[in-house]
Design a protein around this ligand. Structure first.
Ligand SMILES: [Ca+2]
Ligand SMILES: [Ca+2]
Length: 96
């Protein structure tokens, strides 16, 4: 049961992580200010094609950034206190 709860929490974090970034004014939409139309900047192996991993890496980096902002003690987990802190920072009522 505890595992299910942690997985649910992790999924919620993955979906809501950009909200955390928004609070600190570092999230600016799907790809943010760092979005580029310069394909070579996304093409990490420089083979002049984009794999899905290359295409999506910026989004992954943004989600990681949001996760790290919420994970204030840096243990690579978001506990309830950290979750409550970011929720309260956004004025969101706790969902029971
Ligand atoms: Ca490539
Ligand atoms: Ca943590």
């Amino acid at each position: 049961m505890k595992t299910v709860k942690m997985v649910t929490l992790l999924l919620a974090v993955m979906l809501l992580a950009p909200i955390g970034a928004l609070a600190s004014h570092h999230y600016h939409g799907c790809y943010g200010k760092g979005y580029t139309w310069d394909m070579s900047k996304l093409d990490s192996d420089q083979d002049r094609t984009l794999s899905f991993e290359e295409y999506s890496q910026k989004k992954v980096d943004l989600m990681r950034s949001g996760f790290d902002k919420i994970d204030t003690n840096g243990d690579n987990l978001i506990d309830e206190a950290e979750w409550d802190a970011i929720r309260e920072a956004h004025g969101v009522e706790r969902v029971e």
